[in-house]
Write a protein that binds this ligand. Sequence first.
Ligand SMILES: NC(=O)C1=CN([C@@H]2O[C@H](COP(=O)(O)OP(=O)(O)OC[C@H]3O[C@@H](n4cnc5c(N)ncnc54)[C@H](O)[C@@H]3O)[C@@H](O)[C@H]2O)C=CC1
Ligand SMILES: O=C(O)C1=N[C@H](C(=O)O)C[C@H](O)C1
Length: 256
Amino acid sequence: MVKILLAGFTGSMGQKAIKMIEDTPEFDLVAVYAPTADQSAAEYGLADSVAVFNDLNQIDADADVWIDFTIPDSVYKDTKFAIEHGYHPVIGTTGLTDDQEAELIALSKQKQLGGLIAPNFGLSAVLLMKFAKEAAQYFPDVEVIEMHHEDKKDAPSGTALSTAKMIDEVRPNHEQGDSKESMPGVRGGDYHGIRIHAVRLPGYIAHEQVLFGGAGEALTIRQDSFDRASFMQGVKVAVKNVKKLSELVVGLENLL
Ligand SMILES: NC(=O)C1=CN([C@@H]2O[C@H](COP(=O)(O)OP(=O)(O)OC[C@H]3O[C@@H](n4cnc5c(N)ncnc54)[C@H](O)[C@@H]3O)[C@@H](O)[C@H]2O)C=CC1
Ligand SMILES: O=C(O)C1=N[C@H](C(=O)O)C[C@H](O)C1
C-alpha cells in the first residue's frame, strides 16, 4: 500500500488525482493540503480517516508520497518541505526556476530520497518532447506554440519550456530570422533563440505544437490533452515507482 498526501486537492488536477487514488486499490489517500481548506474530510467527500491540512508547517501525516498540483508560487517550498520530511515528491506543479530545481535535486541527494518533477504526465506530451528533440537535430529552425485554458497561471507552460530545453540540447548553434518587432512581444518569448508563443483561451485544456521549417518543407508535431484525466496514468506510474529513484529527477520518461 502506498500512503499518499495530496497538495492542491481542491484544484482541477487535485480533484482528478483524488479519483485516481480512490480507484487504485494499492493507493491510500491519508492526507490532503490546500491553504484554503476549511472543512472536514467528510464535507469534502473524503473518508473520515483523511487528514485535512491548511497550513504547510502543521503537516505531520504518515505518508510515503507527496503529490503536488498547487501553484507556481508555492511549489518550491512545498517540494522542499516534502523532501525535508521524508515524503517522496511527485511534482506536477509547474514554475520551478532552474536554480530552485538544482537546489531541490541537491537536497534530495543529501537526503537520499527519490522523487519526480514532471512538467507533463501525459503520454502524448512526453512523446511530443522526445520526437521534437529528435527532429531538431535535422531541423534547427523551430518555434513552439502552447495553448491552454484561460485560468492557467504561468506562461510559458512547463511543457513548452521543457520542450525548448530538450531541443536546445541538440540543436546546432543557430540564428533564426531577424524580423524587427513593430509590436512588442509579437514574436513570442525567447529561450536561447527558440521562440515560444503562449495562447490562453476558454474551451482549451492543454495543447502544444512544435513547428519545424526547412528548405521547401515543414514538420509539425502536435499533442492535445482534451481531458485532465489523461494525466492520471502518468501520475499513477510515478507514485508506484518513485521509491525506486535515488534522487529527484525531471521528466516522466525516467520512469517509463
Ligand atoms: N504536470 C502535469 O502533467 C500537469 C501539471 N499541471 C500543473 O498543476 C498545477 C495545478 O493546476 P490546476 O489543478 O489546474 O490548478 P488549480 O488552480 O485548479 O488548483 C490549484 C490548487 O493549489 C492550491 N493552492 C493555492 N495557493 C496555494 C499555496 N500558496 N500553497 C499551496 N497550495 C495552494 C489551491 O487551493 C488549489 O487546490 C499548475 O501548476 C499546472 O500547470 C496541470 C496539469 C497537468
Ligand atoms: O496548467 C495546466 O493546465 C497544465 N500545465 C502543465 C504545463 O504547464 O505544461 C502541463 C499541461 O500543459 C497542463
